[in-house]
Unconditional design. Sequence first.
Lengths: 177, 180
Amino acid sequence: MKKDKKNSFNTPEGFFENFNERLMARIQQETGSETKSIIPKTDGFGVPESYFDGLTPKILSRTTEEKGKVIQLKSYRKIYYGAAAIAAVFLLIFGFNWKTETSPVTFDDLANTEIDAYFDNNRIGMSSYELAEMVSFENVQLNDILEDDLSGEVILEYLDANVDDLRDLNIEYIDYE
Amino acid sequence: MIAEETLVQELKDKNSQAKAFEVLVNTYKERLYWHIRRIVLDHDDADDVLQNTFIKVYKNIDGFKGDSKLYSWLYRIATNESLTFLKQKSKKMGIGDQELKDRMVKNLEADVYFEGDEIQLKLQKALAELPDKQKLVFTMKYFQEMKYEDISEVLETSVGALKASYHLAVKKIETYLKAD
């Protein structure tokens, strides 16, 4: 038994000699139990062979595509002129033969049909946001341009599904507290 | 490896943008892919979201102020794109978020790009039960071995809260895996 000269406490024989050894064993035990977690180290996901090799060109080609989509406002106007010209030609043709047609096509129907078809069949390269930016809706309510009025419930449902952060709406909040 | 600040400058300069963007894609494509894949689970979906993420980065690089690291900005965009993708998917399918998560895990059983065994599949089931943020913290820390400080920048959450979230997630997963 080893005695401390200043007090009456003592320690078992060889306590300090093998302390480091015991401490290291304890540390190993502690860290060992952490790594022994039953959670698997990998999650089992795989990718098709050479997937990452072909990825960069695929993404880069999409950026050049996106660049190509930018078009001048003037060409947008040309679409209307083009559609109106086609409509006028059709009107002339059908206009002269209107008596023989069972359901005559009106100018309005024709113009709308042609314009709709043009947008359906051609890549105009403009997103709905870009189109919305081009058209001024000042002093126009949303319901003025919709066939059916939107109920508050539908609007809330849309916002819930499509807006992650209410801050995106740029609404000024007032604290009523 | 090119310094981050230099890369950002080159990305903003129209003359060097194309080359710099290629460097950016090559540097981050794998890391971002695995981050996205662990959220959306399906390879094709991860591929779509990854491409959209890079397109968004390309379009918005001028708006990158440099307040955070480029690395965490990219992760933030990838995370948002992935979560938005899942939200839109559940909406299109007319099902709730939890039902979508359950279906996604069920689909893994027949997924050719999922080579997990029984325990790895069970892990995915356990992860599907966690709240989104807890799952994100767990996968970023455990599988991607990201530092808490980096996760903190991506998820805009304090390191303390992340640590608590991680340990809670580990406990829940272990309990789930131990259960029959």
